[in-house]
Design a protein around this ligand. Structure first.
Ligand SMILES: *[C@@H]1O[C@H](CO)[C@@H](O)[C@H](O)[C@H]1NC(C)=O
Ligand SMILES: *[C@@H]1O[C@H](CO)[C@@H](O)[C@H](O)[C@H]1NC(C)=O
Ligand SMILES: *[C@@H]1O[C@H](CO)[C@@H](O)[C@H](O)[C@H]1NC(C)=O
Ligand SMILES: *[C@@H]1O[C@H](CO)[C@@H](O)[C@H](O)[C@H]1NC(C)=O
Ligand SMILES: *[C@@H]1O[C@H](CO)[C@@H](O)[C@H](O)[C@H]1NC(C)=O
Ligand SMILES: *[C@@H]1O[C@H](CO)[C@@H](O)[C@H](O)[C@H]1NC(C)=O
Ligand SMILES: *[C@@H]1O[C@H](CO)[C@@H](O)[C@H](O)[C@H]1NC(C)=O
Length: 922
């Protein structure tokens, strides 16, 4: 309208453009003076595109074919050219769309802007017809479920300035040559695509003269430094470079420092960078944010860092850096002091006190110092650091008393973590803090025995960790609030609540105030909570970790458990739950860890577990009242590593198909940690949200296995009524570490090939009716450190070798006719053929055996644990691969995007960046 309303020169000009741009189009508008309307052919294309989408939230309700909805230019997300009427703009990002990507979209040849990011749109490949979008300048398909190879024809989109294909499910890329045709590209993001086979990625990138933003996170990049560097390497000037989570080493610095004069934002966290942090970083005088966390940097921090006058954020977390914190801050001082905002040095080896020099940084918002070796008292910040939003000092050696005065000026504080120091607290009962926190980490702070009342003034926290505080109080009743207005203790949108190891009593239904659909972690283990599982739990559909172990809970597992579809860990251990395991639990097919032991569950063992809980790795059902056979279908649990059915009344045979449990036959890391990976658009961070723990009886003593659980593989079927023989195939469980079949009614012989179970460290077959000779292969069980074959009907010579003779005679006691060392010096056949080596010998030995007992137990306790200590070096060790299988939870009120990828589940959460970040930056 505005356009045609003007003088004729423009009109002529418009006609020329129209005819040139779309000869077939013509003036097909119904608009008259109201402007050019939708072109029928494009409308049809859009409708077809809509047809292949699933639009559960009906965000495309304006898209339709009825008369009143005919104008596609006014549809949600669509914009047309004022001049030509063509659809030139389609923006449907973050609209909860799923379904598939229809090629009809690419009939919109005049599109200049296409953004479908943050949906759940799938496709087995990007249709090649995408190459017809010749005018496209902006293409964002990130965070969807597109698959297949990247079409080489993307190279025909030569107008592109912006290309983001990150976090889909594309295949590993072999060839990126097409990139070189996109010479106008300014922004490129291929994060999450495996580029390990592209060994010229650096050269290709160097050929994009206008490139200023490059993001290649989690691409499996290896350093491929061309020798010599290409001549035109300095022709690009990157301002933003992110290469998080790759396999880059210090050789990449050679290339990197070409951009010293242009970089504003640099992210190299989660790589293999080693050695001292190069002095040359100091030359990056425009740098504002520098992320070097989770590498292997050593030494201190260079004086030259003080030259980065624009630096606002420095993240050096999780390296091997050391030195005195005061010196470190001294080196940082210089031109940046007044504007510097965020310091992350968590998880290093810095020492010394929190220095007074901190006064020189008045703009500090984040001070993340947890897990270092800092000591001394925590200074009272009154009047200082009034901008502070996050203060994390967990896991140091700070001492002294924390009082209200410490916080009097910290009205902006949002995240507080003081866990695991030597601090004590002197805070009055009626204190009303000046802040509203959303992350509170006060684990192991000796806050008990009373519940810290001031927490009730905090109405909107997302994360609360009060574990191990010796609090013995009821979970405060929501209706009785000392303060004005009903402020629920557990805000509706809590996402993570850990109250384990306290003395909380009262009903578990107190937690029902939590209604938000972000609730992901609940750990209230080791308290005194009682009651049945409340119906409100059914709405916690995003729950991944549910640990209710060691309380006084009772009743049946409700059917609604099946609505907790994201559950990975379910711990009900040591309560008084009863009834059968409901079939609906099979809907929770992400479950990896299930511990229901020490309850009163009954009924037959559910065979469907084998078919439906395909990823189950730990299944602990011991000390209940399960009865009947062990279903053969359980053999389908190919990922099972720990199977504990002990102390039930199971009968029948041990399943012959047990060797189908292939996790027990192969050495392979199957355990996905509950690691969380954050992509904050400009920052990546991983954190351990939760570590599964199992309590395993190891040679008569119960041990807690946590980190070391990942290498434990065991079967415990002891104390049941199992009959029949031990399956012959059992020898193929090469990786089994502990096998306990004791206290059953098993008959027959020990399988002859048992010696092949080369990882076996503990074997208990005692109190059965096994018979025959001990197979000679047993002497090859070289890791065996605990053995009990007592009270069976074995006979003959104990196989000679270096192994079996080291055990106490107790291991062999109660067998009618075993002989040879360590039971008897010789066997009858060695001497007088007439003397038996049965009863007499056992009686004889009683006194003699007692002497062995203490030494045997010592040996046991150290054997396995010693091996564990050797195998586990670093908690990150097993975490390298991210899965890119996304789901998304939108939240309102966003400032920046943050992508939370739960590695184990492949979950993406969109949320306010600063909030979630706190979860991981204690
Ligand atoms: C113009 O509209 C008519 C009737 O709606 C349709 O048949 C024709 O294909 C349209 N032309 C173009 C170029 O879209
Ligand atoms: C097109 O029309 C819209 C709405 O009438 C207006 O806001 C916009 O500025 C126009 N664009 C051009 C390039 O004239
Ligand atoms: C893509 O571009 C190449 C030249 O770069 C051309 O030969 C080819 O026909 C184009 N393909 C399509 C589908 O446009
Ligand atoms: C990257 O490094 C990890 C850990 O060192 C290693 O397991 C992986 O194989 C490496 N990837 C490539 C492609 O070399
Ligand atoms: C802090 O630790 C260092 C050595 O680790 C020690 O020399 C110093 O006395 C400690 N300071 C305080 C205040 O405890
Ligand atoms: C959580 O809920 C509280 C109160 O309902 C609200 O003030 C706060 O903004 C919410 N937080 C988020 C992250 O949505
Ligand atoms: C089981 O685990 C595999 C590999 O980790 C994963 O790809 C798959 O999605 C998981 N299945 C379920 C139902 O969680």
């Amino acid at each position: 309208m505005m356009f045609f309303g003007r003088g004729s020169p423009q009109l002529v000009c418009a006609l020329v453009i129209l005819l040139h741009a779309g000869g077939a189009v013509g003036f097909n508008s119904t608009s008259g003076a109201a402007g050019v309307r939708c072109i029928e052919r494009e409308r049809q294309a859009l409708l077809m595109f809509k047809q292949s989408l699933v639009d559960e939230q009906d965000v495309l309700s304006t898209w339709g074919s009825e008369e009143r909805r005919k104008d596609c230019c006014s549809w949600t997300g669509v914009k047309c050219s004022n001049r030509t009427g063509h659809v030139i703009w389609l923006d449907l990002h973050d609209k909860s769309l799923s379904g598939t990507l229809s090629p009809s979209l690419f009939k919109l040849q005049y599109l200049t802007y296409l953004n479908l990011s943050w949906n759940d749109i799938g496709s087995i490949r990007i249709p090649e017809s995408i190459s017809s979008l010749k005018q496209l300048k902006y293409l964002d398909l990130s965070v969807n479920r597109l698959s297949g190879s990247l079409p080489i024809l993307l190279g025909n989109l030569t107008s592109l300035r912006f290309l983001d294909l990150s976090f889909n499910k594309f295949y590993s890329v072999e060839n990126l040559e097409w990139l070189s045709h996109l010479s106008l590209l300014k922004y490129l993001d291929l994060s999450g695509i495996d580029l390990s086979k592209v060994n010229n990625w650096l050269q290709l990138v160097n050929k994009l003269p206008h490139l200023t933003n490059l993001r290649l996170n989690s691409c499996n990049l290896l350093d491929v430094i061309p020798q010599p560097l290409p001549m035109n390497n300095s022709s690009i000037s990157l301002a933003v470079l992110e290469l998080y989570d790759n396999n880059l080493t210090a050789t990449m610095f050679q290339w990197l420092f070409n951009f010293s004069n242009s970089l504003v934002h640099l992210g190299l966290s989660y790589n293999q960078l080693q050695g001292l942090i190069p002095e040359a970083f100091g030359n990056m005088i425009f740098l504002e944010e520098l992320y070097l966390s989770d590498n292997q940097f050593e030494g201190g921090i260079q004086k030259s860092f003080g030259n980065m006058c624009k630096l606002r954020l420095l993240d050096l977390s999780s390296n091997n850096l050391k030195g005195m914190l005061p010196d470190f801050l001294g080196n940082l001082s210089g031109c940046l002091e007044l504007t510097f905002e965020s310091l992350y040095i968590r998880n290093n080896k810095f020492m010394g006190p929190l220095p007074n020099a901190i006064r020189n940084f008045p703009s500090l918002k984040v001070l993340s110092l947890s897990y270092n070796r800092l000591n001394g008292t925590v200074p009272n910040w009154s009047g200082l650091l009034s901008e502070l939003e996050e203060f994390y000092i967990s896991g140091n050696s700070f001492n002294g008393v924390i009082t209200e005065a410490h916080f009097s000026k910290l009205s902006k504080l949002k995240g507080l973590s003081l866990s695991s120091n030597f601090l004590s607290f002197n805070i009055s009962l009626d204190w009303i803090p000046p802040f509203q926190l959303d992350g509170i980490y006060l684990s192991s702070c000796k806050l008990g025995p009373k519940f810290p009342k001031w927490l009730q003034t905090q109405g909107s926290f997302l994360y609360l960790d009060l574990s191990s505080n010796e609090i013995s109080d009821t979970i405060p009743d929501l209706s009785q609030n000392k303060l004005e207005g009903p402020l629920p203790l557990f805000p509706a949108n809590s996402t993570s609540l850990s109250l384990s190891n306290n003395g909380f009593s009262g009903k578990i239904s107190s937690l029902c105030s939590i209604t938000g659909n972000m609730f992901a972690l609940l750990d209230i283990s080791f308290n005194q909570l009682s009651g049945e599982l409340p119906d409100c739990m059914a709405s916690w559909s995003k729950l991944e970790i549910l640990n209710l172990g060691h309380n006084h809970l009772f009743g049946k597992i409700p059917i609604f458990i099946g609505s907790l579809k994201m559950l990975e860990t379910l711990v009900l251990r040591n309560n008084s739950f009863s009834g059968e395991i409901p079939w609906s639990l099979g809907d929770c097919n992400h479950l990896q860890f299930v511990d229901m032991s020490h309850n009163n569950f009954s009924g037959p063992l559910p065979g469907w577990i084998g078919e439906r809980l395909v990823n189950l790795t730990y299944l602990l059902l011991g000390s209940n009242n399960f009865y009947g056979d062990i279903p053969l279908r359980l053999c389908q649990l190919t990922k099972i590593m720990v199977l504990d059915f002990s102390n039930n009344t199971l009968c029948g045979n041990i399943p012959w198909c047990i060797d189908n449990m292939t996790a027990l036959t192969k050495k392979e890391n199957l355990v996905d940690d509950h690691w969380y990976v954050l992509y904050l658009g400009n920052n990546v961070r991983r954190g351990a949200a939760y570590v599964d723990k199992a309590y395993i009886v190891w040679k008569g003593t119960e041990y807690e296995f946590a980190e070391n659980l990942k290498i434990l593989r065991l079967i415990d079927l002891s104390s049941n009524n199992l009959t029949g023989e031990i399956p012959q195939q059992i020898w193929s469980l090469f990786e089994l570490v502990q096998l306990n079949l004791s206290r059953n009614q098993l008959t027959g012989r020990i399988p002859a090939d048992i010696g092949q179970m080369r990882s076996l460290e503990s074997l208990d077959l005692s109190r059965n009716q096994l018979s025959g000779r001990l197979p000679s292969s047993m002497s090859q069980l070289s890791f065996l450190s605990a053995l009990n074959l007592s009270n069976n009907n074995f006979y003959g010579r104990i196989p000679l070798g270096t192994q079996l003779q080291t055990f106490s005679p107790y291991a062999f006691a109660g067998n009618s006719a075993l002989c040879g060392p360590p039971l008897t010096p010789t066997c009858p056949e060695d001497e007088k053929p007439s003397a038996g080596c049965g009863r007499d010998i056992q009686d004889d030995g009683d006194e003699f055996w007692k002497g062995f007992k203490p030494s045997m137990e010592l040996g046991m306790a150290f054997g396995f644990l010693g091996v564990l200590a050797l195998k586990l070096d670093h908690p990150w060790k097993h975490v390298c691969i991210l899965l890119f299988n996304y789901m998304k939870i939108p939240l309102n009120n966003l400032k920046g995007y943050l992508y939370l990828i739960v590695a184990a589940l492949g979950l993406v959460v969109t949320v306010n960046a600063t909030r979630l970040r706190r979860k991981f930056r204690f």
